[in-house]
Design a protein around this ligand. Structure first.
Ligand SMILES: Nc1ncnc2c1ncn2[C@@H]1O[C@H](C[S@+](CC[C@H]([NH3+])C(=O)[O-])CC(=O)[O-])[C@@H](O)[C@H]1O
Ligand SMILES: O=C(O)C(=O)Cc1ccccc1
Length: 261
């Protein structure tokens, strides 16, 4: 962070003190202020995924193309794509519906990617009219939509993607097998404890997110994306109960087998 920046970020201590009743988690001013620290200490592999998003973008984004980062928060995924592509003919579009995130995101991205055509849009991603695009990133965002809204959004994104375009979905997942679910759930708890959260912080945060973050299984994701028409669909990442998927919109002339630049 540069000296003249108005954006500053702190350590996540939101759930340190006992709360009578934890309010539902929301992406407000308090969360935005500690978000980089919160997500790195809470999501196993977050930094590795972010780094790889830019690398994957290089395979799928063409000259003059467009990339959407949906539920962009502070723009980390867009930043990774911008740094990897280094292509000022590509438009990067970051969208989030939380005003506290959008303000900071705009400032960070304009400062870090000054030569890039860039839009930071405050909008619900379900309401947006999507322009033709090469890559859509939903990095830990789909999980916050009501389950019944997930397929309609993904269908809309499929329609906007150009043939050969890619969708990347990062998600917290759960497991159909109860033993596996319990095991990975506990390991995630231990991961957070190893990153400096107390048991009380972990359990208060869990109560606050349980109604707003509803997970699917990896199979749910693979099936839903395949049913919509994406092919191939692959899971390219898993670290404990966090996973990421890559889904391609097939092009007419590759027999639906593979598409990239
Ligand atoms: N309907 C919606 N419309 C727009 N934005 C939404 C909606 N619902 C939730 N959001 C936004 O989705 C983001 C989810 S965080 C994404 C991290 C980021 N992708 C990253 O790669 O750093 C993940 C997490 O905190 O676990 C928040 O900024 C919400 O405001
Ligand atoms: O903290 C958790 O347990 C999570 O599942 C990840 C997360 C990270 C940031 C905001 C909300 C959820």
């Amino acid at each position: 962070m540069t000296q003249d920046s108005t954006v500053s970020f702190g350590r996540d201590a939101l759930y340190v003190n006992p709360l009578d009743q934890a309010a539902s988690f929301s992406f407000d001013e308090q969360v935005a202020r500690v978000f980089p620290d919160m997500i790195k200490r809470s999501v196993p592999g977050y930094s590795q995924i972010i780094g790889m998003l830019g690398v994957i973008a290089r395979q799928h984004v063409k000259t003059g193309g467009r990339v959407y980062d949906l539920g962009a928060s502070l723009g980390a995924a867009t930043l990774s794509v911008g740094h990897q592509l280094q292509d000022s003919s590509v438009e990067l579009v970051a969208v989030d519906n939380a005003p506290a995130m959008v303000t900071r995101c705009r400032e960070v991205l304009q400062r870090e990617l000054p030569a890039q055509p860039l839009s930071v849009i405050e909008s619900d991603i379900r309401a947006l009219d999507y322009k033709p695009c090469d890559l859509v990133i939903l990095n830990f965002t789909l999980q916050f939509l009501p389950p019944e809204d997930r397929t309609p959004l993904l269908q809309k994104l499929y329609a906007a993607l150009k043939p050969g375009g890619a969708l990347i979905v990062g998600e917290k997942i759960h497991f159909a097998d109860e033993v596996q679910q319990q095991w990975l759930y506990e390991l995630h708890h231990d991961f957070k404890r190893a990153n400096g959260y107390s048991d009380m912080e972990i359990s208060q945060k869990r109560s606050a997110i349980e109604d707003v973050l509803r997970t699917d299984t990896a199979d749910d994701h693979l099936k839903r994306l395949t049913d919509i028409g994406f092919i191939p669909v692959t899971q390219w990442f898993q670290y404990l109960n966090f996973a990421a998927f890559l889904a391609i919109k097939p092009s007419q002339n590759d027999g639906g087998v593979y598409a990239a630049t």
